[in-house]
Design a protein around this ligand. Sequence first.
Ligand SMILES: *Cc1c(COP(=O)(O)O)cnc(C)c1O
Length: 469
Amino acid sequence: MSTDGTIRDAMRTIDRASVGVAFLIGADGRFVGLVTDGDLRRALLKGQGLDAPVADVVRPVSVTARISDSPESIAELFREEVRLIPLLDTAGKVVNAAAFDQRIALPVASPWIGERELQYVTECVVSGWISSTGPFVHRFEEIFARFCGVKHAIAASNGTTALHLAMLALGIGSGDEVIVPSLTFIATANAVTYTGATPVFVDCDPDTWTIDIPSVEAAVTSRTRAIIPVHLYGHPANMKPLLAIAKRHKLAVVEDAAEAHGALFDGKSVGSIGDIGIFSFYGNKIATTGEGGMLVTNNDAVADKVRILRDHGMTPGHRYWHTILGYNYRLTSLQAALGVAQMERIDEIIQAKLQIANLYKDGLKNIPGITLPGCASWARNVYWLYSIVIDGEKFGRSRDEVMQLLQKQGVDTRPFFPPLHRQPIYANDQHLPVSERLSDTGLSLPSSSHLRTEQILRVCEAIAQLQRK
Ligand SMILES: *Cc1c(COP(=O)(O)O)cnc(C)c1O
């Protein structure tokens, strides 16, 4: 870009190129300097406007190299803050650039944050509405309700508190049982335990990895009050037979959709199908607010109760008057500002997830010993984390060995969750074979929505190389 541009122009350039850096070129075509997205962020935080000249922000000294320099000497120039080096010809014109090898660090999931997020958070800071009142929380709730096709979306401080609010709003407490899949993140069970109720663990289905329907039926007792299906790794649970069981036994259904923004069951948004749905906006989730959560429901009475419980149990219209025990589980405007920006591009994020899944599917489909994630005929899987199952016998290496060897090549992966019935705080003598096998052999691959095609191909190639039978 030209040196005459503004900070806004630089942001656009960076957004388009998605390498985190803009080069400034003088009128004579010579390289003048560079700005990183971090430089722009710091300038804005110092009070510079978006229309300020970028020339004010440009680094006094930028690391450059000659196009004729050896790769080794260029490699030595990379630092934490120097990830793209312009390569100049003798006239000082940029003819190429050397990029830090991304293999060094390919995380499982990193947030996709851009100009819009910065703009809204800045608006929030500048306006002074940084606590939980002000326009952004409402905007976030409205945009999310529309996204899920529900009447009410209520923001909470995180996914776990949203789930706790769901349990409280349904009146679940001591002596009650709630059926949860054993293969899930610990928060699903903890939210039950917070109320004094007991989580009852069931196995999962081998194809969708979500709650196993026959096991649910078998686990219902006279104390059962609710079922929490989890839309694990972005694949919806099989809601239709689950709702039938719930109806037959008069149980509530609370969908844990923390990992499944945009997933569909029979064309319907997850979260909108049961009595209540919850979502998480933690940093590695499909959309993020740093920390954050959302509860969705079509039930007016539940929504009213949740709003009261979220805000210290304060009686509506009667400030500082409390007839029930409530909590401070509110989301801040700063977080909601991030959330609004994320939701404005949620379709793009979901498309990126689907695209990543397609590339992985093509790249990994013929490798013996690798099972790819399923997608039931009634489902839209949004592949929060693209996850595979490794049969150690057929692949020639165990899941843990694969993890270690990929780590050496800078490819970060995550093992599946340990099943809840094996976790020290919930350990019991249950044997849930599918959950146990998946937990021991499942692996989540890098899945950030801004991953580039060549990075995914590199992961596939690395896995193919490790196969040895
Ligand atoms: C992330 C997650 C949660 C909890 O969300 P937080 O926002 O981290 O509290 C709950 N359930 C599942 C399945 C999750 O993956």
